[in-house]
Design a binder for this molecule. Structure first.
Ligand code: ZN
Length: 166
């Protein structure tokens, strides 16, 4: 009797904890979405990213491949450079990257070099996402969480291409 009570308590606690985590994930994904909307306003494919370290945003970026004429100027790459500069080191072990769309193999490789602690992404990208090629492109210690605000994150990209065609 007592045991089952404890078990129920524990599971309730667990669900509260994960709900809090999800609220945090959604909060920062909204920041990444804000970055994505900056990209859209500059006629770039709207993908945005933020890097969070101990509750503080230390790097932001949005896709700038057109503006910079640089095929490597993905949101994640810009956010990584901003974060390592802010933190003064090349490793991001204590950080979480939030990005609106699943990282490509190039960005997954860059994230692996940074040894980032956690990657949270919104929409999956079955064509160019790293997991289509090889999930092992990421660092083995990096925790991956997929599908946070996926609909919104994917929606702004499909709206962007819809508007381009019309
Ligand atoms: Zn990329």
């Amino acid at each position: 009797m007592r045991l089952s009570f404890h078990a129920r308590d524990a599971s309730r606690l667990l669900s509260i904890v994960s709900r809090t985590n999800m609220d945090t994930h959604e909060k920062y994904m909204r920041e990444a979405l804000r970055e994505a909307s900056f990209a859209a306003s500059e006629d770039e494919v709207p993908i945005g990213a933020v890097i969070v370290c101990r509750g503080r945003i230390v790097g932001k970026g949005h896709n700038m491949t057109e503006k910079l004429n640089d095929p490597t100027a993905h949101a994640e790459m810009i956010a990584i450079t901003a974060a390592t500069e802010a933190l003064g080191g090349k490793y991001l072990n204590d950080c979480t990257l939030y990005v609106t769309v699943e990282p490509c193999p190039m960005c997954a490789g860059a994230l692996a070099w940074s040894q980032i602690g956690e990657v949270v992404y919104g929409a999956a990208d079955p064509k160019r996402g790293f997991s289509t090629f090889s999930p092992s492109l990421m660092h083995p210690k990096t925790k991956i969480i997929a599908g946070v605000l996926a609909e919104e994150c994917g929606g702004i990209v499909s709206d962007f291409f819809k508007n381009k065609r019309s």
